[in-house]
Design a protein around this ligand. Structure first.
Ligand SMILES: [Zn+2]
Length: 311
């Protein structure tokens, strides 16, 4: 097992020298990646794969799991990856020492030199001083202290062996990669609040929807809800106003005959128009009754309010 050689690289807390070697390989080839970004429910357990590989646009290309040469660990990892492939339709790859040797054939420095430097380096022991917090390193932002240690380590790692250092720098320079030690922003998968489909974004992003279409739908929903709420509020206010006005003008309301409604009602609707900008009697009756009613029903309601008040 490589468990003892966990440590930091580019802000990710890697669990083994093999993982470090693979991360270095990806960086050399300028392949975009993140580490332990997402978990998958594969039925019999929750699985957290190691590497997430992205294309240039930031879409997930595949998942890569790095394993020691332990046969049982490999078998259980292969089973989990097959589950992810069938359940989530994501391409998965399992790499171990043999595969790493293969991909390192084209690299300017040897796999063994990379493994050795990772294992010997102080970086692999950082976990001891931060053990509790770092076990939950998922999306964790490093403390200044941890960052400083990572920086110190990186310097040591690159200064120990001149030959390896020269080869590494050569390789990185050739690939245009000069971001060693730079903290990479992890990516996360979110569910769109409108259509519930999954999308990948930088953890720092505030994006809540899968795209412009869903963001637009959401804006319309909010506007509609606000409009409905506002209308409901105004209706309630108008109803309260009609009741209050009736109580204040009890004498007028009770003495108004049903064949001379206009004078009394008009006096009230003028005030409603001034206060709420509404003069349409249908809107006022909708506010009071919840449906279209006439002047007669409105006066009836007002008389009823007055009578109840008197009794
Ligand atoms: Zn959506």
């Amino acid at each position: 097992m490589n468990r003892g050689y966990a440590g930091f690289y580019k802000g990710f807390y890697l669990r083994s020298s093999y993982e470090y070697a693979y991360a270095l390989y990806l960086d050399y080839h300028k392949i975009s990646w993140s580490y332990e970004t997402k978990t998958y429910d594969i039925g019999y357990k929750i699985y957290k794969p190691d590497f997430f590989i992205y294309d240039k646009k930031g879409s997930l290309l595949k998942i890569v799991e790095i394993k020691s040469r332990n046969i049982n660990a490999k078998i259980s990892a292969r089973k989990a990856l097959e589950k992810i492939e069938t359940l989530f339709e994501i391409e998965c790859e399992l790499l171990s020492y043999e595969e790493l040797l293969g991909i390192y054939k084209e690299m300017p420095f040897s796999l063994n030199s990379v493994l050795t430097h990772w294992i010997k380096s102080e970086n692999t022991t950082i976990n001891k001083s931060f053990s509790g917090k770092l076990n939950a390193h998922y999306n964790l932002k490093h403390t200044l202290d941890a960052k400083k240690k990572i920086g110190e380590h990186t310097r040591k790692l690159w200064n120990t062996d001149d030959d390896v250092k020269r080869k590494m720098l050569e390789g990185l320079r050739k690939s245009g990669l000069s971001q060693k030690g730079k903290i990479k922003t992890p990516r996360v998968t979110r569910r769109c609040l409108i259509c519930n489909s999954e999308f990948d974004v930088l953890v720092t992003s505030s994006q809540k929807f899968c795209g412009k279409v869903c963001a637009g739908k959401n804006a319309i929903e909010i506007a509609t809800r606000e409009y409905v709420n506002k209308r409901k509020f105004i209706h309630e206010e108008i109803k309260k106003f009609v009741i209050n006005w009736s109580i204040i003008h009890t004498d007028v309301v009770l003495s108004t005959p049903f064949n001379k409604i206009s004078t009394t009602i008009n006096e009230m609707t003028t005030e409603i128009e001034r206060l709420y900008g509404i003069k349409d009697l249908r809107v006022i009756s909708k506010a009071v009754f919840g449906k279209d009613q006439g002047r007669k029903e409105l006066l009836q309601f007002m008389k009823k309010v007055c009578n109840e008040k008197i009794c």
